[in-house]
Write a protein that binds this ligand. Structure first.
Ligand code: PEP
Length: 257
């Protein structure tokens, strides 16, 4: 089975209600590219408003807490984001691992909490520039991903439906310099092999693996042509309908000729 390309926008800490018109425009444009699955992860404050606007795209969150509730001032549980209309949550983004000292164990606990309330998860992984320069990128990413994912016996049976992996080399995020297609091909191949090892051929081969890190309309087509690239996690270029849908168009073109 070939899955639809999955193009997910991560708005990070950008967006007030003034951005709702952009979300609406993205949603309406996505209706013209049905061979691509388009989704948006705005800040928490916009999840419900974007969900109410959306006719086509799924809305998600950029993080959630690992506990169901309690004395955690300022935090948001998986059930709360689901209640606001989120269908998925991005977990283990490098900006959270670095800026909020999130360990692999905490990311794994968050994944279990999100899956328990029925959310789909996008699990991020990726190496630093130092790791790549010292030749440890592949070993690091394998170890990080395996330690961040819930073990197979705690995953739902429909793993491929509920789990997406995003490979995001830290040095490529927000820098304007994407990884080379050779580096993407190598890492996505390694991730695919790990997913098959962890979850079996039937599910592991179907999990979509997104690339993230300075994806733009002008480099998207060559990235989507790389084997095992099932779409993109897009930061900066997801903030406007023109650049975000330029990327979605690059993902849909092979199917619409
Ligand atoms: C991201 O933060 O997930 C990301 C990929 O950002 P950008 O596209 O801006 O590099």
């Amino acid at each position: 089975m070939t899955r639809r390309p999955y193009i997910v926008g991560n708005w990070k800490m950008h967006g007030t209600r003034a951005m709702l018109s952009e979300a609406r425009a993205i949603d309406r444009a996505a209706q013209r590219h049905m061979k691509v699955e388009v989704a948006l992860a705005p800040p928490y404050t916009l999840i419900h408003p974007v969900h109410r606007e959306a006719e086509q795209i799924a809305v998600g969150a950029q993080d959630c807490h690992d506990q169901d509730g309690g004395a955690h001032t300022g935090d948001i549980s998986a059930a709360m984001i689901a209640d606001a209309g989120a269908k998925f949550v991005i977990l283990g983004h490098s900006e959270r691992r670095q800026g909020h000292s999130e360990s692999d164990a905490l990311v794994r606990a968050k994944a279990q909490a999100a899956l328990a309330v029925g959310l789909r998860i996008i699990m991020c992984c990726g190496e630093s520039a130092e790791m790549r320069e010292s030749g440890q990128a592949v070993a690091f990413v394998k170890r990080q991903l395996e330690a961040s994912l819930p073990p197979a016996d705690l995953m739902p049976a429909d793993v491929a439906e509920r789990l997406t992996v995003a490979y995001e080399p830290i040095w490529a995020i927000g820098t304007g310099t994407a990884a080379t297609t050779d580096d993407i091909a190598e890492m996505h191949g390694v991730i695919r092999a790990l997913l098959v090892e962890l979850f079996g051929e039937e599910q592991g081969a179907e999990v979509r693996i997104l690339y993230g890190g300075s994806v733009k309309p002008d480099n998207a087509a060559e990235i989507f042509a790389v084997p095992e690239v099932g779409g993109a996690l897009v930061g900066g270029a997801s903030l406007t309908v023109d650049s975000f849908m330029g990327i979605a168009l690059a993902a849909s073109e092979p199917f619409e000729s």
